[in-house]
Design a protein around this ligand. Structure first.
Ligand code: CIR
Length: 253
């Protein structure tokens, strides 16, 4: 179960965030409204939410998930692969120390964004992507092992981040699509196949037996409900314009 979450208010510069989505530029005022609704959903799931101030230096800084990995045993500051996001971690470091005694770091030449990491119990799958390199993954696995956890790598070819196309819902249930449906590493899970036209909804998030899903993806919502979960649909369309999903908007621990 998770107790806490950290989010960061979107900044005005969000309109300059990295995007390959081709869905237009986010409307700042709407992003703020949607972000507030997202926080409310986290609270409904029982989380105590820390809201960090907007950081105008980093257009993508509302996607806090990429800057750190929070585990039950330690927190790890990442080293984002996107150059415009590299120094988001400077502001994140003191926050990690507020919550953890043990804080580790990914260092150069390693790069890693935690959107590439999916937790399944004490094991962490690490996607090798354009943002996360072998060295970043190697360091992460060493850190996890030092703190009595494990990690393994998954090669990505179609997706920005590992969790762009995967969502672990606990109880062996894994939302998946595309290249992940046929990977041997995931064959042991009960794969819930996300329809291709709803691919954005693969990034749904289990929080304490409720699953947050992006609003507007009814087939995936039904798929999750049929698997036995309560769902809360949250409109995050402004963040979708920047390839950001539900998980990217918070650190949950
Ligand atoms: C980026 O390209 O870095 C941001 N526009 C979106 C980050 C999404 N984060 C994630 O999937 N964990």
């Amino acid at each position: 179960m998770f107790q806490k979450a950290i989010v960061r208010t979107p900044c005005k510069a969000i309109i300059k965030g990295i995007s390959e989505a081709d869905l237009g530029i986010p409307v700042y005022a709407n992003a703020l409204i949607q972000h507030t609704e997202y926080i409310n959903a986290l609270k409904i799931c029982g989380l105590d939410v820390t809201v960090l101030e907007a950081d105008e230096n980093f257009p993508d800084s509302t996607f806090v998930e990429d800057a750190a990995l929070m585990t039950p045993n330690c927190a790890i500051l990442t080293r984002p692969g996107a150059p415009s996001r590299r120094n988001e971690t400077t502001a994140m470091l003191p926050i990690l120390h507020d919550f953890y005694d043990k804080v580790e770091k990914i260092t150069a030449p390693g790069t890693l964004e935690a959107g590439d990491i999916m937790m399944v119990g004490a094991h962490y799958y690490i996607g090798l992507s354009e943002r996360t390199n072998h060295e970043g993954a190697r360091q992460m696995i060493n850190i996890l092992e030092k703190h009595k956890m494990t990690g393994s790598v998954i090669n990505l070819s179609e997706f920005l981040h590992l969790k762009t196309g995967l969502g672990y819902l606990e109880n062996n249930n894994l939302l998946a699509l595309g290249e992940f449906l046929t990977k041997k590493e995931f064959a042991k899970y009960n794969l819930l196949k996300v329809p291709i036209e709803e691919s954005y909804a693969a990034n749904s998030v289990w929080i304490n037996d409720t699953v947050l899903t992006p609003a507007g993806f009814p087939k995936t919502k039904k798929l999750i409900e049929t698997a036995g979960y309560k769902t809360i649909a949250v409109d995050v369309s402004e963040f979708q314009k920047l390839d950001g999903g539900l998980s990217c908007l918070s650190l949950r621990f």
